[in-house]
Design a protein around this ligand. Structure first.
Ligand SMILES: Nc1ncnc2c1ncn2[C@@H]1O[C@H](COP(=O)(O)OP(=O)(O)O)[C@@H](O)[C@H]1O
Ligand SMILES: [Mg+2]
Length: 228
């Protein structure tokens, strides 16, 4: 499902270039629930952004869901980001002036599909209901708790039913109890067949994952193989 071969990435610095990833080889199969752990600055976000097509400035080969990302045009890559993967971030990244349902339906405005049985907003409301937010579809983010905002963000990530969810410290802004509920949501989504990849600092999140990948200084020091 995801295969990285000899992926390196360096950021240009004033004095010297710095490697954020060094010759990373990594395979993640369909249906896995993977945690990526490592100290701050070890390259976790860089790795996730490359897998999700947010960053195409790297060397090596990245194949996701049968697509070699470096061979996609900018337009194809934008479509991949919008529809083939879902992103969940620490700070939710919701638009404050839109309702929960409008936020969830936002991916549709970048790639409107005409042959829908329902309208995007109706579909968004249904997705929110499934995540326990049926009563909050018309609320703006400011009226929602952190856990509710993260659920809206998850519903948005799932809008086009991608096979893969990429999550960058999704519980990092939540209290323990709320974070736990969000982890349970990911566990359920994994049972439903989604491939889940979560960057985390938190032990309870990596405990929930079926495989833990450790990254240090841009290198995978433990790919978690055998713990699956
Ligand atoms: N936009 C950037 N410009 C320059 N260096 C960066 C940039 N983003 C990340 N880095 C550097 O790349 C390394 C890895 O960063 P990152 O992937 O964000 O790590 P993590 O998510 O594990 O904290 C760090 O040394 C960081 O300083
Ligand atoms: Mg990071």
């Amino acid at each position: 499902m995801i295969k990285l071969t000899q992926v390196s990435k360096r950021y240009q610095q004033a004095t010297q270039d710095e490697f954020a990833l060094r010759e990373v080889d990594l395979t993640i199969d369909a249906g896995e629930f993977v945690a990526i752990v490592g100290t701050s600055g070890s390259g976790k976000t860089t790795l996730l952004n490359i897998m999700g097509g947010l960053d195409r400035d790297y060397s090596g080969t990245v194949v996701v869901d049968g697509k070699n990302l470096s061979q996609l045009s900018d337009q194809e890559l934008a479509r991949f980001r919008n529809q083939s993967v879902g992103f969940v971030f620490q700070h939710f990244n919701l638009l404050d002036h839109m309702t929960a349902a409008e936020n969830v339906a936002l991916p549709n405005s970048f790639a409107p599909t005409k042959d829908r049985k329902t309208t995007p907003l109706t579909q968004a409301e249904e997705a929110l209901r499934v995540l326990g937010l049926g009563a909050k579809t018309q609320e703006k983010p400011n009226n929602l708790s952190g856990g509710q905002k993260q659920r809206v963000a998850i519903a948005r990530a799932l809008f086009f039913q991608p096979k893969i969810l990429l999550c960058d410290e999704p519980t990092g802004s939540l209290d323990t109890k709320t974070g736990h509920q969000i982890i349970e949501t990911f566990e359920q989504l994994n049972k439903d067949g989604y491939t889940i990849i979560i960057i985390t600092h938190e032990r309870r999140v990596s405990d929930a994952a079926k495989r833990v990948i450790q990254i240090e200084d841009g290198c995978i020091v433990d790919s978690g193989a055998g713990t699956q």
